[in-house]
Design a protein around this ligand. Structure first.
Ligand code: FES
Length: 133
């Protein structure tokens, strides 16, 4: 019995497998579980010690606003996945690929996308910044 015969017996076509695969992987990107802690004394996280600084780690962009608050959203633009940058002067996340802008909480300010960036919670404890969903 070859692969085609085997799948035929199961009633599964190659197209059906591809669709099922896409649906399951697409679903994973809808909302992602995030839970990590950044040590703000580490040189790798030094950008977060300055108002307006930001870094991208584990698919999350973590930024320190011009007012000194820590914020975090999914880094991948909801249009085509380019990592967004934080623009403290404009109080927003910006995607350089096609110009999408998102508020500090990830809501869309201007397209081409109309889907928000997932927002994560930040909690500062001493010099440890906990980022979680
Ligand atoms: S990938 Fe971000 S606006 Fe197109």
């Amino acid at each position: 019995m070859n692969r085609k015969e085997f799948l035929s017996i199961l009633g599964i076509s190659a197209g059906g497998i591809a669709v099922a695969s896409c649906l399951s992987s697409c679903k994973k990107t809808e909302t992602s579980a995030v839970d990590f802690t950044l040590d703000l004394t580490s040189s790798a996280n030094a950008a977060l010690n300055t108002n307006g600084g930001f870094l991208i780690t584990k698919g999350v962009i973590v930024a320190r606003t011009s007012a000194g608050a820590y914020i975090a959203v999914a880094a991948a633009c909801t249009h085509e996945g380019t990592n967004v940058q934080y623009q403290a002067a404009n109080n927003r996340f910006h995607c350089a690929s096609h110009g999408a802008n998102f508020s500090n909480s990830g809501t869309v300010q201007s397209g081409p996308t109309n889907k928000a960036l997932q927002q994560f919670t930040t909690e500062l404890s001493g010099t440890n910044l906990h980022v979680f969903s």
